[in-house]
Design a binder for this molecule. Structure first.
Ligand code: EPU
Length: 419
């Protein structure tokens, strides 16, 4: 199994190209099921999760073809021939649940393995199921699978989410695009990835109002058609490399990064002493002086993202003063804390909050990645640490960060992948 070895202490300097957003690409690929025509996606990141989604779409009978040698442009088409999403694929990636809405809207039936929990929380899908029920679907649980059926066609409904869910908003948005009549999604997620999905659906012929707000109004259409769509840059990859520049005391230009997608991340990083400037074609991130502790609480967009919490905590572990990091989205997203503490960080967890007392320096150590974002937080700690850090279980990292060791090495980090 691959590991990443880092020898810390080198300030980063140079340029990193930010790729297409994983969490936009996955629902956009599922949207390819909404038509038999071709959906062409560009700026597709090269990640293990994209390979898993490709496998799932192929299992449903669709053709997923790379149109360029580097695989960054994909054609998806051909229509649904099989409505089962098997456990073997779903267990690898929870975002597989995003095929449920499209399957019910197009085929009137779906048999999708329930994703189950994962290392960051229990992650139920009740909001997806309840919303689809309101639109006319019926579900039975059978052997770990949800069996969904629709008599005729899904119909519009007024769905008020009791709390914000990115995945449920996406699933219901896709289903509503082809439902009969009007659907209102109230208290919908506003993440930039939702806006990206909605604008692709509009290009496919969907009628959606309120894009970018928490109230989406969808007038269902009979069918959708071919379209081309360029995926937005990954705001979490952007924030992660901004933390890398900051923790190393360097200066990195993040090509393609968009300030307007970063929400509270920019404000908090600036509060901690990181300079972020919009320039032509990207963002310049610099840290010249010391870092100060800053408090954050994770919230739905535009609040501080849970997907940046672990990386920010690594940064705060070497800031001057104390920081309080509160996680409100997932109940178990502090698995990186004991690993960071093994490197000399001083972090105590009390319920949903962690108190981080900054230390002058971390020390390299062998550590274990527990999930995608935790993996990156350990790499960040390794960049700042004295000596050698080896991050084990790198397969988590490969799900969501493309060529991380190459991107960081090109900016002067002493980092390599070892098999
Ligand atoms: N929730 C429910 N019931 C539901 C759906 C969600 O209780 O039916 C709960 C979840 O357990 C969680 C909260 O609601 O406590 C929010 O979950 P949400 O549905 O918003 O998350 P998701 O759609 O499963 C996406 C991202 C995650 C990201 C979250 C929050 C994708 C593929 N995944 O997950 O990304 O953390 O939104 O922003 O878009 C990552 O990339 O590392 C990652 C975990």
């Amino acid at each position: 199994m691959d590991r990443i070895r880092i020898r810390g202490g080198r300030p980063l300097s140079g340029e990193i190209k930010v790729g297409g957003a994983k969490n936009a690409a996955l629902p956009l690929m599922a949207a390819g099921m909404l038509t038999d025509d071709r959906l062409i996606l560009s700026n597709v990141p090269r990640l293990a999760d994209i390979a898993t989604m490709t496998l799932l779409l192929e299992q449903h009978g669709l053709a997923v073809e790379p149109l360029t040698e580097d695989g960054r442009m994909l054609s998806i088409g051909g229509g649904i021939a099989n409505t089962e999403a098997p456990y073997d694929i779903v267990r690898k990636m929870r975002a597989s649940i995003l095929v449920l809405g499209p399957l019910l809207a197009r085929a009137g039936e779906a048999r999708v393995s329930l994703p189950g929990g994962c290392s960051i929380g229990t992650r139920p899908v009740d909001l997806h199921l309840k919303g689809l029920e309101q639109m006319g679907a019926r579900f039975d649980l059978d052997g770990g699978y949800v069996d969904g059926k629709v008599d005729g066609r899904l119909h519009g409904a007024r769905i008020v989410f009791p709390f914000v869910s990115v995945g449920a908003t996406e699933n219901l948005l896709m289903a509503a695009a082809l439902a009969e009549g009007e659907t209102v999604l109230a208290n919908a997620a506003r993440e930039p990835e939702i806006g990206d999905l909605a604008s692709c659906l509009v290009a496919m012929g969907a009628r959606i109002d309120g894009i970018g707000t928490d109230k989406l109004v969808i007038q269902g259409v009979d069918q959708l058609h071919a379209a081309e769509h360029d995926i937005i840059p990954d705001r979490i990859e952007t924030g992660s490399y901004a933390c890398a520049a900051a923790i190393s005391g360097g200066s990195v230009f993040l090509r393609n990064a968009r300030l307007e997608h970063l929400g509270a991340t920019v404000r908090i990083l600036r509060e901690a002493g990181v300079e972020i400037a919009q320039e032509d074609g990207g963002l310049m991130v610099t840290r010249l002086n010391g870092l100060h502790g800053a408090d954050v609480m994770t919230e739905p967009y535009p609040g501080f993202p849970t997907d940046m919490q672990a990386q920010f905590m690594a940064l705060m572990s070497v800031a001057e003063g104390a920081s309080m990091v509160t996680e409100t989205i997932f109940e178990n997203r502090f698995m990186h804390v004991p690993e960071l503490n093994r490197m000399g960080a001083r972090i105590n967890v009390h319920g949903a909050s962690a108190i981080v007392r900054g230390v002058p320096c971390l020390q390299g150590a062998p550590v274990m990645a527990t999930d995608l974002r935790a993996s990156l937080s350990l790499i960040l700690a390794g960049l700042a640490a004295r000596g050698e850090t080896v991050v084990n279980r790198v397969y988590h990292l490969d799900r969501g960060y493309e060529a991380v060791e190459q991107k960081l090495a090109a900016c002067g980090a002493d980092i390599e992948r070892i098999s």
